[in-house]
Design a protein around this ligand. Structure first.
Ligand code: NAP
Length: 291
């Protein structure tokens, strides 16, 4: 069994990005610039945005953080999105989700200029991704593809089961795996899927993105399978200072001995998600997606 080290791979990619940024700047290009809009004080969102800002610093990007309280109106947020769309120094920006219930997330996402949508959530980027055009790809599936490639894991002709069909993970993941280049035969499973156990147990590549801690047990995995665990659920723990522990969707101790490759939680998919946002920002700065 080979443990896929997302932390190390992400660190390697960050070094590559930092070297490229250094060279770009030496050649007179402007500094890539990423902005984040953060609404309210949700603990998870605060942490994710703080990481994004730190990541920018590490690779030599400029970053901006725009904060609003929970009572910001949809109109105010839309006006800020419009301002950022027109900010020529800015290569990309993200609006950290979730937003308060009185704001339509979809409306905000669709207001973002697709050319600056480095989260890859805008329907134009999703559509372009589906038909195989250059696009900003949602960070988590993009990070998983990068891991599979860097570990030289064969995907062509393999049976891949993706458990989960969300717009940010399962759905785009299933599309990417079926595309030319990856060439897997993909099944998308969800909460209404019949015989999930048998389906998973036949997969050469199993991607678990359902958000149910330790749901995938040993008897749901084929000998020699590649298992990618996307799940990150905070569960109560007396053993940590924070009072919680991060759990994946896979019961690691049972599943790992059967696998050819497996990602751990933490240290697997998570760090790759972070690095993919940097990749997208760099692609935008270099105008490689939209000329
Ligand atoms: P989500 O929007 O809640 O989607 C979960 C999906 O799983 C849904 O499609 C749901 O089916 C399906 N599902 C739920 N329970 C199921 C069950 N018992 N059997 C089969 N399918 C089931 O979640 P998400 O945003 O995609 O995130 C999934 C997990 O990944 C979460 O733990 C999240 O924290 C984690 N995540 C991690 C990263 C990272 O960087 N590591 C990034 C993003 C997300 P229905 O559609 O039928 O409801």
């Amino acid at each position: 069994m080979i443990l896929i080290d997302g932390k190390q791979t992400a660190a390697d990619i960050k070094k590559e990005i930092a070297a490229e940024v250094k060279e770009m700047k030496a050649n007179g290009a402007k500094t890539p610039h990423l902005a984040a809009i953060l609404v309210g004080h949700d603990g998870g969102s605060e942490t994710y945005v703080a990481y994004k800002i730190k990541d920018c610093e590490e690779v030599g990007f400029k970053s901006s953080l725009i904060r609003y309280e929970d009572d910001v109106t949809e109109a105010e947020l839309l006006a800020k999105v419009e301002e950022l769309n027109n900010d020529e120094d800015l290569d990309g920006f993200i609006v950290q989700l979730p937003l308060p219930a009185h704001i339509s997330e979809q409306k905000i996402i669709e207001a973002i200029d697709p050319k600056k949508d480095v989260d890859g959530f805008h329907p134009i980027n999703v559509g372009r991704m589906v038909i195989g055009l250059p696009s900003f790809v949602s960070a988590t599936p993009d990070g998983i593809v990068e891991l599979l490639k860097r570990y030289n894991i064969e995907t062509s002709g393999k049976d891949c089961v993706v458990v989960g069909r969300s717009n940010i993970v399962g759905r785009p993941m299933s599309v990417l795996m079926s595309q030319k280049g990856m060439n897997a035969t993909v099944t998308v499973a969800h909460s209404r899927t019949k015989n999930l156990k048998e389906l998973c147990a036949n997969a050469d590549i199993l991607i678990a993105a359902l958000g149910a801690p330790e749901f995938i047990k040993g008897d749901m995995v084929k000998e020699g399978a590649v298992v990618i665990d996307v799940g990150t659920t905070r569960v109560k723990s007396d053993l940590t200072k924070s009072g919680w522990k991060l759990k994946g969707d896979v019961l690691f101790d049972e599943v790992a001995p059967k696998c050819s490759y497996i990602t751990p939680v933490p240290g697997g998919v998570g760090p790759m998600t972070r690095v993919s946002l940097l990749k997208n920002t760099l692609l935008s700065a270099k105008k490689e997606i939209y000329k």
